[in-house]
Design a protein around this ligand. Structure first.
Ligand code: FES
Length: 189
């Protein structure tokens, strides 16, 4: 009987000890260390991601001016002129001008202008049109008619047309690449 009392007393003491503040402090300390560990791990992962992604972001943004001056109208020959830096075709027919982007609407490669050996008649906007050249993208094979309408390959839409105007101060052509225009747009000087 006495030993049963002693055993119960020992059990009560053990239970008291288990619920003691020291033990609670131990639990709190362990939780704190776990939190520090998780925090350090997340910081390490974030640092690793930054180190991997940083080279993909350029230090300088090379953005084309969306509005710029090209030459005077007389400086453009009849037919097409390609402005390499702006990736733009400017077409002249006598005193009339229009501009078509050379940026493929699929993934942005530069399209090439291809003169056709034989003119061909195609349907553009539901009308038969005789074309002498077209545009072809070297990357994935998209093709565009001479007005920029896409007709083959993965390109989802036509090449952009941009607004042209004459600068009042020096008479040069101004190209506004921030403002796509309709395919009927023409500037007559
Ligand atoms: S970028 Fe021109 S077809 Fe893909």
């Amino acid at each position: 009987m006495k030993s049963l009392k002693q055993w119960l007393a020992r059990l009560a003491r053990a239970e008291k000890l288990r619920q003691s503040p020291c033990r609670a402090r131990g639990t709190t300390r362990r939780t704190l260390f776990e939190k520090i560990g998780v925090g350090s791990l997340l910081t390490g992962i974030a640092g690793l991601c930054y180190a991997m992604m940083r080279p993909l972001v350029p230090d300088v943004l090379y953005e084309q001016a969306r509005r710029f001056k090209a030459g005077t109208p007389d400086s453009f020959p009849e037919g097409a002129s390609f402005l390499e830096e702006q990736r733009l075709f400017i077409f002249r027919r006598d005193k009339t001008f229009h501009a078509i982007s050379a940026v493929c609407t699929h993934l942005g490669c530069t399209v090439k202008m291809v003169n056709l050996n034989q003119p061909k008649t195609v349907q553009i906007g539901g009308k038969p049109v005789e074309v002498h050249y077209e545009f072809a993208c070297p990357c994935h094979g998209s093709k565009y008619y001479s007005d920029g309408s896409n007709y083959a390959g993965p390109a989802p839409r036509s090449l952009e047309w941009y607004k042209l105007e004459v600068a009042p101060d020096d008479g040069r052509l101004v190209v506004d690449m921030s403002e796509p225009v309709d395919k009927n747009f023409r500037l007559t000087v």
